[in-house]
Write a protein that binds this ligand. Structure first.
Ligand code: NAG
Length: 216
């Protein structure tokens, strides 16, 4: 933590000297509220990630040679919202996901409604638990387990629930309750909602995205 904080600080200072682009305020890794939206920006510290909160529910992120990062804007706590988003996502040819992404506690669950993925299908190797038709598309449902991995409760072992849209898209409306219901029907039980964001994730890749989130 100390090493990566120091790195971010030095990088910010170096950037401020080097480029007028750095007059744009950068957001440090962490969570908070911005213009009435909750945001979360997590990185494992490898490579570089430049995440910026923008107007209302918008954000932009550029990443380069990362290990793994997840960032975006939304709400805390998560709820039965009709979530809309639009923008651009330059992750289609690299390992990246664009998802409605959230966590629950008791049980600790990390969930994804994947709207688009790039070179790696996150359901690879996972067992399919059903399908759901909603919001103009078909989503495949999967459950996976993470063992001793980062979580909102520190390093932990927990399940991930997935809905992966067959017809990839960047922009649209997600009736998240339909996914919650489909997961429950498949025996996948969520806990109490923590945060819920429209997230850009990158894994061992470089890319960029500019996304705006709003509630319908
Ligand atoms: C989302 O759509 C609105 C309305 O068309 C537009 O003003 C805004 O720039 C878009 N946001 C992004 C991030 O492209």
């Amino acid at each position: 933590m100390l090493v990566s904080s120091l790195f971010v600080t030095l990088a910010a200072v170096a950037g401020a000297i080097a480029s007028p682009l750095d007059l744009i305020p950068r957001t440090s890794p962490g969570t908070g509220t911005h213009n009435g939206f909750f945001y979360s920006f997590w990185t494992d510290g490898r490579g570089s990630v430049n995440y910026n909160n923008g107007n209302a529910g918008s954000y932009d992120v550029t990443w380069s040679n990362v290990g793994n990062f997840v960032a975006g804007k939304g709400w805390k706590p998560g709820a039965s919202r009709v979530i809309s988003y639009n923008g651009t996502w330059n992750g289609a040819n690299v390992n990246s996901y664009l998802s409605i992404y959230g966590w629950t506690r008791n049980p600790l669950i990390e969930y994804y409604v994947v709207e688009s993925y790039g070179s790696y299908n996150p359901s690879s190797g996972a067992t399919k638990r059903g399908t759901i038709q909603t919001d103009g598309g078909t989503y495949d449902i999967y459950q996976t387990q993470r063992v001793n991995q980062p979580s909102i409760e520190g390093t932990s072992t927990f399940y991930q629930f997935w809905s992966v849209r067959q017809q990839k898209r960047v922009g649209g409306t997600v009736t998240i309750q339909n996914h919650f219901d489909a997961w429950t029907n498949a025996g996948l039980r969520l806990g109490s909602h923590d945060y819920q964001i429209v997230a850009t994730e990158g894994y061992q890749s470089s890319g960029s995205a500019r996304i705006e989130v709003f509630q319908s």
